[in-house]
Design a binder for this molecule. Sequence first.
Ligand code: G6P
Length: 607
Amino acid sequence: MCGIFGYFGHQQALPILVEGLRRLEYRGYDSTGVAVDNGNSIQTYKTVGRVADLKAVLPDEVQGTLGIAHTRWATHGGVTEVNTHPHASHNGAIHLVHNGIIENFQQLRRALASRGIECVSETDSEVLVQMMAFELEKGATPLESVQATLRRLRGTWGLCILFRDHDMMICARNGSPLIIGQGEGETFVSSDPHPLTAHTQRVVYLEDGDIAVIHPESFTITSTKGQEIEPSITVLENAWGEAELGDAPHYMYKEIYEQPDALRQCIAGRVDREMGTGRLGGMGLDHSTLVQAPHVRLLGCGTAAYAAEIGQTLIEKMGRIPAVSHISSEFRNNDTVINPKAIYLAVSQSGETADTISAIKEIKLKGGKVFGVVNVVGSTIARLCGQGVYIHSGPEQSVASTKAFTNMVAALAIFSTQLGRTRHLSKEDGRDLIHHLQQAPHLMETYFEDVGPISEAVDLLCEASSVLFLGRGLSATVAKEGALKLMELAYIPCLAYPAGEMKHGPIALLEEGSPVVIIAPNDHLKEKTLSALHEVKARGAKVILIHEKGDSIASEGDVSIAVPSIHPWLTPLLTVVPLQLMAYETALRLGRDVDRPRNLAKSVTVE
Ligand code: G6P
C-alpha cells in the first residue's frame, strides 16, 4: 500500500526520491508524487499511474537537497492527480505525505471550513497539512504545529512534512511504519527497509507517538508531549539489498524459484535431528509453557492465513492439542475469548498488516502472549510481539506471496515438532519429520528440473470463466492457496473447497469442460479425494491433477502434474509449487501485470 520516502542531505534530492519510489513500487499503488524544497520554494510533481509515468512529467533538473515522495493506494477519494500526495497547505507553506487513515477527518474538515479553509482534495490526509498551516499562522513553530495537530487526530499515520523557509523535515508515526536511515551527512526516511539499504544500514524504527525532526547530520525524536526520546539504532540485514530483479522476467518468477534456498535459510540451525525436534530460540518458549498451553491460536490474512491454517493442522497432528487458525480481521471483530495461558502465533510476511496488528493488540490487552511468525526483520509485528520466529525468506517483492508461504509452513512445521516432542510425538516420528523437512529444498529443486505439463493446464485455465480447486486435509488448504493465487493474478473467479464438501454445493457449477484442480498427494486421504475426482469427471469436467511422482493415479487427470514424494505432513511444501507456476503462467498468457495485480497491495496497512 502507500509508501513514503524522504531525503535531506548534500546531494540533489530528486533522483534519490524517485529511486526510493521505484523501490517502494512492489507495495502496490495507483498514483505517485514528489516535492522538492530548494530553500526558497517547494516544487511538487504528481501523476496518476506508475513511477515511470512520474518520471515522464519531471523536468530534467530540479534543484534542492530536501524532499519527500509518496506512492498512494487510494482509500479516501478516487485515483486522481488532486488526491495524489504530496498535499500542500492553502498558502503553500507546508507540504506533506501521509500513510494511514484519519478516522475523524470529516469533523476536522468541517472545523477547517468554519475558519474559511477549504480542502481541495477528497483525501483525509489534506486536513493535516491545512491544520498545521493554521497553527503556524497562529505563531507556532513547525514542531509545535505538528504536535498540536496530532493531538486532535484519531486514526493512524506515518507522516513526512516539509516547511517552506525551514531547513528541516518532520516525521511522525502512529500505526504506520516509518524508518529513519542515517548516512554520512544525509538522512533518509522510508516506510519500509527496501529503499534504505541502497544508502545506509544504520536505521531507527520510529515507535507509535514519535515525532522526529530531521537534519542532514542528525535527527531528534520526541513524544507527542515533547519529551525527548533516545533513538535505538538497528543495523539492517544485508538481505534487504538483494531485492533486485536481476535476469528474472518477473519478481514472482524469481521468488518461486528462490524457494529451495529460502527454505534452507528457514530451517538452518533450527532443528535437532538427533532429538527429532525443532529449536526455535527466538520464541524463548520454556518447557512448562509448551507443556501447559491448553491450545494454540494462529492469525493471518491472505496467504499468511492459509499458512496459519496448515500450521493449525500440523500442531494438532504433532502436538495433540487443539489449534485454531483465524482470519485476523474476523478474530478481532468477534470479541474472541482470550486464554492467557494459550500460545498465540501471528503469521505475516510484511509484519505490517493492519488487521493482524489490531488482533495482536487485542490479545495483548487481554493478557495473552503473541509470538510473531514474520519475514520482515524489525517490522511492526516483529517488534509488537517481541518474540517469535523470523521465516528468513529474504525480500519478497511480488504482490502474490510465494516463498514466504512455503517458509511460513516450514517454520510452523518446526514449531509443531518442538511442541509435539514436549508432549506425545515420539523421537522416531520427530526424526522422520525433520529428515523429510531437510530434504524439502532438494525435492523442490528436483521438481524444478521437470515442472510437468504446466502449459497444458494453462490452456484449460485461460479459457475458464471459473475454476474449482479441491483437496482434503492439508491439501484442502493448499487448494485455497492455489485458488487465491490464480484469482489474484489472472482475475479468474476461483473457488476452493474441501473435496468431501464438493457435492454439497460447488458440484452445481460443473459443466462440460469446466477445469477442476485437484490436489491429491499420496496420503491417507487420497482414496477419498479420488471419489471426488470421479464425481467431477462424470460431469464432464476437465481435471488438472497434482499428485506424487510414480503414483498410478496420474492416469486419472486430463492434465497430471507430478511432484516428488515427501512426508504426508509436509506435502503442502511441494504441491503448492505447481499451483504457483500455473497462476503465474496463466496471468502471463492473459497479459496481466504479474507482479502488481490490479487493486491489490503487498503490504496492507489499513483495516
Ligand atoms: C496482502 C498481500 C498478500 C498477503 C496478505 C497478508 O493481501 O497481497 O500476498 O498474503 O496481504 O500479508 P502479510 O504481509 O501479513 O503476510
